[in-house]
Design a protein around this ligand. Sequence first.
Ligand code: PLP
Length: 293
Amino acid sequence: MLDAIAAGMGQKQDILLRISPGVDPHTHHYIATGIVDSKFGFAPPEADKAIARAMASKHLNLLGLHYHLGSQISETEPYRTGVEVVLKFAAEMKRKHGFELKEMNIGGGYAVQYTLDNPVPPIAEFTKVIASQLAAKCREFGLGLPRLVTEPGRAIVGQAGVAFYRAGASKEIPGIRRYVSVDGGMGDNIRPALYQAAYEAVVANNMAVKADTKVTIAGKFCESGDILVKDINLPPVSAGDIIALPVSGAYCVPMSSNYNASFKPAIVMVKDGQARLVRRRETLDDLVRCDSD
Ligand SMILES: Cc1ncc(COP(=O)(O)O)c(C=O)c1O
């Protein structure tokens, strides 16, 4: 399709070919993208055919390969394996088709720490492993060093954001669970409902009080699966309290929706004690603006 579009525009388009290297990143399977049974990228032998076809095209300039193993990867090993698998494949394609790997884009995926009991390696540890493996395997497979590109997402912004909710009613089911409802949920953060993502939470207006009451923070949406945090210790929560979920800077607002015709929240930037509204809360007018009379 790209070939035809570039031809139609009379252009020669630089491209990378997306590869599925078949590496298990040990993350939730909804956010594993480089395994063989994945909708993303070409796995060999299709990748071999795709390279031959791209190289044969007059309108495509195959600069190199791209892959993305998955997201929230908390081990360095999948990156080490990914680099080896893809460079080995590139060397095979060099022998077979004369393919030159000028650029290698290894995607992103570096985990950030969401919960206190789940520390992750610093980003420098990932980059050290990736860079040293790239140099070693290029030497081993007789390849020149390609331009290395990475595209981190969550690691840049995840920890910069905090989501604030107002607590509503609570419900105690004796011997089972205490639910605290809040005025948001899967509409502004689909991650817990979509792939059981875990978060810490605090009562922002009551930080000094000991967190010794186990609660489950329930979203306001009409789905039993709309639970923001399951079984977390908080200080006693009353209606009106502000519950804060740290590490909400990635994949919350961009994946938010108007689920059940709800309004998307406002965004406030805070720096050096100054707050600035950068996106206002939605209103009914926003929700109906595409409707016809
Ligand atoms: C191709 C590609 N690159 C990079 C990223 C960024 O991933 P992360 O935010 O986990 O670093 C994604 C996320 O989906 C992606 O699909």
